[in-house]
Design a protein around this ligand. Structure first.
Ligand SMILES: [Zn+2]
Length: 384
């Protein structure tokens, strides 16, 4: 048995931290977590000192096959699937070292990330395979183009047969893909409804990439479980649409806000100008009470290495106005629930997987503590 002792513990849900906790782990699972527990005499006791234990982080939106370079998209023309797989393995390992013990890949090529799901030494990996997109639509180069209602229906069936964990649909254009428009919808309502119908029939969650209000609305009305980005991009900036926010709320849609940027990089002026507008959008989403998960979209560029998720805590607090505990919840219990693994990970609770992160100090007092990692455990095995 393993016994972890720390100064405090965030259980994935409650803002009140547990003081002087002991977490007992056996055969990869949490046996007990409480203050002042006496470990059995034969337990291996690990003293973590002035550290905060928390559940391993869950990144609900990552791209393991993108290499986080300036040419992350162009690279797909030059590398074969074997090289994509090698890079994806390294990317997953990098996320794990930062304490991200579960990742959900929302777009690879040729389903390569599915092969990583059973490899030891990596985070738990959930995969969407190639995102479903319109002909020459956002990220078409990943191979997920689908034409019309029947094409979309068939594409979801193919993914279910390949054994994906989630279905991803590009509901609007995106920044990465020339010739597409983030503010415009790529699919009509009939195709969006068909996608939801097929995914839910197969027992799979379905999420939509959507920037502009028309695509966000379509996803909410069609019954998608979540919307990625949800930036309310317009032709010239970003501006919240309250009717669409109410549609998200009414349909129980979770927003996956892709945050977590490596600091210190100079932003293109157009993006820098957009930040106050995006901040205003997300204040409105928060105030309306729409559930928000903090994910990363890691891999798509230099500000997005595969271990950038922890930067999202500080961004949620300073830019979006969340309480620190809510920010942490959004990448632990709430993210795990969205990914439908909330019965196993995302909380420190007896019976749950011993996927754990310890950081120095108290991240509820100073969010920078998230970057001072003391230890990471995946299934009870210490990986850092
Ligand atoms: Zn993405």
């Amino acid at each position: 048995m393993l016994a972890l002792r720390a100064a405090r513990l965030f259980d994935g849900e409650h803002a009140a931290l547990l003081e002087q906790p002991v977490v007992l782990v056996e055969q990869g699972r949490i046996v007990a977590a409480a203050a002042g527990l006496e470990p059995p005499a034969d337990a291996e006791v690990v003293e973590l000192g002035d550290a905060t234990l928390m559940p391993g982080l869950v990144d609900a939106h990552i791209h393991l096959t993108f290499d986080a370079s300036r040419d992350a998209v162009g690279r797909f023309d030059r590398v074969d699937d074997a090289e994509l797989l090698t890079g994806a393995r390294e990317a997953a390992a990098r996320a794990l070292r930062a304490g991200v013990t579960t990742v959900r890949d929302l777009g690879d090529r040729n389903y390569v990330t599915l092969a990583l799901r059973d490899e030891p030494g990596l985070p738990r990996i959930l995969s969407a395979g190639p995102p479903i997109t319109s002909v020459k639509g956002h990220c078409w180069f990943l191979g997920g183009e689908a034409l019309g209602v029947d094409g979309v229906r068939q594409a979801v069936r193919e993914r279910a047969e390949r054994g994906v964990d989630v279905v991803k649909v590009m509901a609007t254009g995106g920044e990465l893909t020339a010739g597409t428009h983030p503010h415009l919808a790529q699919f009509g309502m009939a195709a969006m409804r068909a996608a939801v119908d097929e995914a839910h029939r197969a027992g799979l969650p379905i999420t939509a990439h959507a920037h502009g209000a028309p695509g966000i609305f379509n996803a909410a009305a069609a019954g998608f479980d979540s919307v990625e980005h949800c930036s309310f991009t317009t032709e010239t900036g970003a501006s919240a649409d309250d009717a669409v926010i109410q549609a998200l709320l009414a349909n129980g849609v979770t927003v996956s806000a892709t945050l977590g940027h490596l600091p210190g990089l100079e932003l293109p002026p157009r993006i820098a100008a957009l930040i106050p507008q995006l901040s205003a959008v997300f204040h409105r989403i928060r105030e309306a009470g729409v559930p928000v998960v903090c994910s990363s979209d890691a891999g798509i560029g230099p500000a997005k290495p595969h271990d950038c998720l922890p930067y999202g805590v500080g961004e949620m607090v300073t830019l979006l106005g969340y309480a620190p505990a809510d920010a942490l919840r959004s990448m632990t219990s709430r993210a795990a629930d969205l990914c439908r693994v909330g019965d196993r990970v995302g909380r420190i609770r007896a019976g749950y997987e011993a996927d754990l992160l310890a950081v120095a100090g108290n991240p509820l007092v100073d969010t920078a503590a998230m970057h001072d990692v003391v230890g990471v455990w995946r299934g009870g095995v210490r990986v850092r």
